[in-house]
Design a protein around this ligand. Structure first.
Ligand code: MN
Length: 128
């Protein structure tokens, strides 16, 4: 069973709960934040391997939070997977430009998400 820490940043309570329950059932240490400010505070205390990043957040959005994290030596190595409601090519481009390592479209697919996460975490491990 995996046990890596994954941080979920998501302002929608139902989506947040779904992701948390799913990740914990897969054996991950799933931590949560409901906005960018809470995520930044939490990241002072934990070092997740991966962040599931909702792009649409109140206040600072997920793209800006990603830019900040990728711009800091202590957080730039965290794999960031953007989650967005719309499967638009320009959204994916914006996510990549902000520094996101991957891109998932809502609604969360409970069958494929664990496989995608394992793939991203595996790719990071083999990259050293
Ligand atoms: Mn949102």
């Amino acid at each position: 069973m995996p046990h890596e820490t994954i941080l979920i940043v998501e302002d929608n309570p139902q989506n947040l709960k779904l992701a948390r329950v799913l990740l914990r059932s897969e054996g991950y240490d799933a931590r949560t934040a409901i906005d960018a400010e809470q995520a930044l505070i939490l990241l002072e205390q934990i070092e997740p391997k991966l962040i599931l990043m909702d792009i649409q957040l109140p206040g600072m959005d997920g793209l800006e939070l990603t830019r900040r994290l990728k711009g800091k030596p202590e957080t730039k190595q965290i794999v960031i997977i953007a989650i967005t409601a719309h499967a638009l090519v320009e959204n994916e481009q914006k996510a990549r430009e902000a520094g996101c390592d991957g891109y998932i479209v809502k609604p969360i697919d409970v069958t494929t998400l664990p496989l995608e996460l394992a793939r991203y975490l595996g790719a990071q491990a083999s990259a050293g």
